[in-house]
Design a protein around this ligand. Structure first.
Ligand code: ARG
Length: 414
């Protein structure tokens, strides 16, 4: 009996060749699976292409809501930016793709799943690890990792096998979903080269962005963005709106050198307008409502959370445990943040919350503050206690005091 393989299918050259190659090499029937994660591709064309190449069946799965609710919004609560920069857009989508592949494999009686990831990136790790954790008996096949064909060889293979080759739209390797666009390769591989204008599709160049700033008020409830300019919006609609608005002001471009899990350093360009604006606003609101101790500890948790997700360990129990800590902190993260967008920047210019622990009566510089300045004296006495004792014993401090004295003497002598 021929075996069945469920293949993650984008309709591009790699995954198109995968269909035929799996049929030939693994004597398999291929069922293709395409998720709609808000990547703005023509998914009916992808389905037609799958049928044309000879897949036994095709699934187009609208996973946008699940993606936003179960993957993207938890990443907002975690202020997740890998290496301080990358909002994990591609990384968050992979475990969901793996999950859907496993579900289709079960429904179709497949004994393997397959994907078109190369052996040099993070995506293979994310899909393999998640799928195998969910269903240990399923085999994972990554044809691109096995076949070792160059792009030209793939084109020849496609032509031989009656796979129509579309002229490639771009010289870049692009992955996109509603949380962002990742762009790699071509001229971007030289980290000293400024990205050419044509890498960007979701953001206006700051030079061409409107000359007047645009303001956006984002409302949060328990850590989740729920309102734009006072109007309630569903999660998906909200992300799409902010992507559009922030992108039109040139907000969302990221250019950095990133450490891949497999050890390679790579130059990455991203366009993540909604992600950057929403995370920045969320982080700012947290500073108004959380204590310094909560913020301090949460920053460590956030770093760990982003690392786990980046490195393919979505199903690692630690991630769930960190999520429980994070969600406890979010009970007071409700309020409104004002963002001013202007030619590529998103500046937070206002924040308010019913749970604010900012106390004007304490912090004001005006007379009449409730804060008793005299109590600072005793506080400083105790706060500096150990530093004073240690300083008195330390030769370094003596030396630096001596140098200080000498300088003063020299000055006085002048
Ligand atoms: N470096 C990013 C990440 O690891 C983006 C990967 C983009 N993937 C792609 N197939 N072009 O998440």
């Amino acid at each position: 009996m021929r075996r069945t393989v469920a293949l993650a299918f984008s309709g591009g050259l790699d995954t198109s060749v995968c269909v035929k190659w799996l049929q030939e090499k693994y004597d398999a029937d291929v069922v293709t699976v395409t998720l709609d994660l808000g990547q703005r591709d023509a998914l009916s064309e992808v389905e037609e292409r799958s049928k044309l190449i000879g897949a036994r069946n095709h699934y187009t799965i609208d996973a946008k809501d699940e993606f936003v609710n179960d993957y993207v919004f938890p990443s907002v609560a975690a202020n997740a930016l890998y290496e301080g920069k990358y909002p994990l857009s591609t990384a968050l989508g992979r475990p969901l793709i793996a999950k859907k592949l496993v579900e289709v494999a079960e429904r179709e009686g497949a004994d393997a799943i397959a994907h078109g990831c190369t052996g040099k990136g993070n995506d293979q790790v994310r899909i393999d690890v998640t799928a195998r954790a969910m269903s240990p008996s399923l085999q994972v096949i990554a044809p691109v990792r096995e076949w070792n064909m160059s792009r030209d060889q793939e084109i020849i293979y496609a032509q031989k096998n009656g796979i129509p080759v579309k002229p490639s739209k771009s010289i870049y390797s692009v992955d996109q979903n509603l949380w962002g666009r990742s762009i790699e390769s071509g001229p971007l591989e030289d980290p000293f080269t400024e990205p050419p204008a044509d890498v960007y599709e979701w953001t206006a160049s700051p030079e061409e962005a409107p000359d007047a700033p645009g303001y956006l008020e984002l409302g949060f409830e328990q850590g989740m963005p729920t309102r734009v300019n006072g109007r309630k919006m569903d999660p998906l609609g909200l992300v799409e709106y902010v992507n559009q608005f922030a992108g039109s002001h040139g907000v969302g471009r990221i250019d950095h050198v990133e450490d891949r899990l497999v050890g390679i350093k790579s130059r990455e360009i991203y366009e993540c307008p909604a992600a950057l604006a929403i995370i920045e606003a969320h982080r700012d609101l947290e500073k108004l409502v959380l204590t310094r101790h909560e913020l301090d500890f949460k920053a460590q948790v956030e770093r760990q959370w982003a690392w786990l997700v980046y490195s393919g360990l979505w199903l690692e129990p630690l991630r769930a445990a960190l999520d429980r800590f994070i969600s406890t902190t979010q009970s007071r993260v409700s309020g409104t943040v004002r963002i001013k967008m202007f030619k590529g920047t998103a500046a937070i210019v206002g924040r308010s919350s019913d749970y604010s622990i900012y106390d004007l009566a304490m912090s004001t510089y005006n007379r009449g503050s409730k804060f008793d300045q005299k109590s600072a004296v005793g506080f400083i006495e105790l706060w500096g206690l150990q530093s004073r004792v240690a300083a008195a014993l330390s030769p370094e401090v003596e030396e630096s005091q001596e140098i200080g004295h000498k300088r003063t003497e020299a000055k006085e002598a002048e």
